[in-house]
Ligand binder design. Structure first.
Ligand SMILES: Nc1ncnc2c1ncn2[C@@H]1O[C@H](COP(=O)(O)OP(=O)(O)OP(=O)(O)O)[C@@H](O)[C@H]1O
Ligand SMILES: [Mg+2]
Length: 459
């Protein structure tokens, strides 16, 4: 951590005495006699804490503070104010100073403040360290894939991660778009900062704009106070715009502005706010088609698609299936304290030939279920549930038409439930039935999967 202190005061005696005191406490001090020197110093290198006299020749303390907030906003700034300049000090706090002390300065007071600020920075660094560790969980190695198409995806991730370029990730549902977004974040300079995911299709159109860009108190009926938007919350980190094709046109215009100018305007505000972050968007739709249909702005598409990463569906990289099976068996063994060693040959044949419309998510759910039900250390056809029953011709077991239809219905609903990670709203939509009918069917057909897997949201 930078433990250097910058001290800017035009009074030589104060400067010298205080410098000595700080040095006795083991701190490194750069002392300057005017604002211009302070600005030059801060431009040259970072300081943990800056102590600035409000009134100085050259640039005054406020000017120095403004510059610090521009070039080194992480600096903790303490202002020293003389009688009659308290208002200026209050302004300084609004501009980003952390604290102020009044003249005549009591050295011990200011020393305690400096120590508190250093401790604060230390804690913040520890915190970032922790976050970095957490983010480390999304290591690229956890994305399973040996197929050449996946190797290309990894190569793209490695190349784009250190940059700040916008990324558009495309791929069918369940192919791992969010996982790839996490990997880009963790490998890039945003690591340790926040990764915020927002599902554009899950937020009502009327709220999406304020959710992304924030709002001012009173700008609409339920805006009881100022609220920061996700763009500001993800500052210096990554904002992941999931299902971007669902973003309404009005919001697309605002997003374009944010992307082009790196500035946002909160709802109900007239002032723009600078935002510096990495944007990653994802979609399982064909955006070219959406553009043709007038549902997605072309200019926004080109802005977002600076780097495009396409994740191929699982059926186009079948060689990865055995690896994924092994990966998920290990994962669920660990979670459930089981000791499955693998799957039988006929199960592997079945998994290799299955269509996997819900891609990796569907496979993960199938394996999770299999690990729950496996009684042996090898997973058998009967353990892998209804995709397995398809292989042994379940509907032929029943001559009675009603029973056969019921069995088929159960099998079909299960497959779709797995495909959508048990998200019943989406499943009902896919089956084209009402949500209450779906619940009734689940009940009637006694469908269960032990632990029901939901689609996760990270942030
Ligand atoms: N290559 C992979 N290796 C290991 N796990 C994977 C891989 N791809 C996806 N997964 C897992 O599959 C699940 C679905 O992945 P993810 O949520 O990233 O997909 P998605 O493309 O965002 O899906 P959707 O379009 O439905 O939002 C997650 O639990 C993820 O960890
Ligand atoms: Mg997703």
């Amino acid at each position: 951590m930078v433990s250097e202190i910058l001290l800017a005061d035009d009074e030589a005696t104060f400067r010298e005495t205080f410098t000595k005191l700080l040095q006795e406490e083991g701190m490194t001090v750069t002392a300057v006699a005017n604002g211009t020197d302070a600005i030059n110093a801060i431009r040259k290198e970072p300081y943990a804490v800056a102590i600035l006299d409000v009134q100085m020749p050259g640039a005054d303390g406020i000017k120095v503070l403004r510059e610090i907030m521009k070039v080194r906003p992480e600096t903790r700034v303490v202002m020293i104010t003389a009688y009659g300049t308290v208002e200026m000090a209050v302004d300084a706090v609004k501009l980003g100073a952390c604290d102020y002390v009044m003249k005549p300065v009591i050295f011990e007071d200011i020393l305690i403040k400096v120590q508190q600020h250093l401790r604060h920075l230390e804690l913040r660094e520890e915190n970032q360290e922790l976050k970095r560790e957490l983010n480390g969980r999304f290591d690229i190695k956890q994305i399973i894939g040996q197929a050449p198409v996946m190797q290309q995806v990894f190569e793209m991730i490695r190349k784009v991660a250190p940059t700040k370029s916008n990324v558009l990730i495309t791929g069918e549902s369940g192919t791992g778009k969010e996982l790839v977004a996490h990997a880009i974040h963790s490998l890039g300079s945003q690591n340790g900062k926040r990764f915020i995911a927002v599902n554009c299709s899950a937020i009502p159109e009327s709220l999406l704009e304020s959710e992304l860009f924030g709002h001012k108190k009173g700008s609409f009926t339920s805006a009881f106070e100022d609220k920061k938007g996700l763009f500001e919350c993800a500052r210096d980190g990554t904002l992941f715009l999931d299902e971007i094709s669902h973003m309404p046109m009005s919001c697309q215009v605002k997003l374009l502005r944010a992307v082009e100018h790196r500035q946002i305007i909160p709802v109900g505000s007239t002032e723009s706010v600078e935002v510096d972050l990495r944007l990653i968007a994802a979609t399982n739709k064909d955006l070219a088609k959406e553009m043709k249909a007038g549902l997605f702005r072309e200019d926004l598409y080109y802005r977002m698609n600076v780097v495009g990463i396409h994740i191929p569906p699982l059926r186009e990289r079948k060689e990865d299936i055995p690896l994924l099976v092994e990966h998920f068996i290990k994962k669920y063994n660990a979670e459930m304290g089981k000791q499955c060693r693998g799957v039988s040959d006929d199960v592997m044949r079945l998994l290799m030939n299955y269509e996997w419309k819900g891609n990796i998510r569907e496979m993960q759910n199938v394996i999770e279920r299999a690990v729950i039900f496996a009684e042996d250390d090898v997973i058998k056809i009967s353990d892998i549930g209804l995709i397995g029953s398809k292989a042994i011709g379940l509907s032929e077991e029943h001559e009675n038409l009603h029973a056969a239809v019921k069995a088929y219905e159960k099998q079909h609903i299960c497959r779709v439930l797995n495909r959508y990670g048990w998200n019943k709203v989406e499943v009902a939509k896919a089956l084209d039935v009402g949500l209450s009918s779906l619940y009734r069917k689940i009940d009637e057909l006694e469908i269960s999967v032990g632990k029901r897997r939901k689609r996760g949201r990270a942030g």
